[in-house]
Design a protein around this ligand. Structure first.
Ligand code: FMN
Length: 174
């Protein structure tokens, strides 16, 4: 999922965040970040279902352009989402990680499409997770993992996956 949120002064933000479900209730575990700052103040977030690997890389490692957003009932969602759910948020703040309980208020399915499993696409997502760790911790082991996932992208990915990896290396400065 890519979570979209809005700052107190009205600036939309997007970042990949995992959506968890337990006993029929939704929640997210969120490290200190812009997403968490926004949720703590505005108490809302949208989970966008997205299949574009470039958007995952961009939103994880940089600020995406304002023209990627559209507003639904005053709340930012991603224009290219296949669908989204807007949630009210209740936050249990922790020192480094906070647990956010999410109650759905509105949702939309915009496109339904058949998407076969692609190792290249999955490798971009895994590489992006490692990249978010690399930029914070600068440990070479994350870079090694990214290089490994890149070999899969180059073998199995399509044009968009290869674009995403190029952008990832640019954004982490490698
Ligand atoms: C696939 C994927 C899943 C992620 N899931 C989470 C998550 O569940 N919680 C979290 O705090 N960060 C998660 N991240 C890392 C954040 O997206 C990353 O720290 C991001 O830079 C936060 O951006 P922000 O400061 O704009 O909110 C994930 C990254 C990726 C690529």
């Amino acid at each position: 999922m890519i979570f979209t949120t809005i700052s107190p002064d009205g600036v939309p933000n997007a970042a990949p965040i995992g959506l968890h479900m337990k006993d029929g209730r939704f929640f997210a575990r969120i490290y200190n970040s812009k997403t968490l700052d926004n949720i703590l103040v505005k108490k809302a977030a949208a989970a966008n279902i997205v299949d574009d690997p470039v958007l995952f890389v961009q939103s994880a490692l940089s600020d995406i352009q304002p023209d990627n957003f559209e507003f639904e009932s005053g709340f930012p969602v991603l224009k290219d989402a296949l669908g989204w759910i807007v949630f009210d948020c209740k936050c249990r703040k922790g020192e480094t990680i906070s647990v956010v309980e999410l109650s759905p208020v509105e949702s939309k399915i915009k496109r339904r499409q058949i998407k076969p499993i692609n190792r290249g696409y999955n490798a971009v997502i895994e590489a992006t997770v490692e990249a978010t760790r690399y930029v914070v911790l600068k440990d070479i082991k994350y870079l090694d993992r990214i290089e490994y996932y890149d070999t899969i992208v180059q073998k199995c990915g399509g044009f968009r996956e290869k674009e995403a990896m190029k952008l990832l290396f640019d954004l982490i400065g490698e």
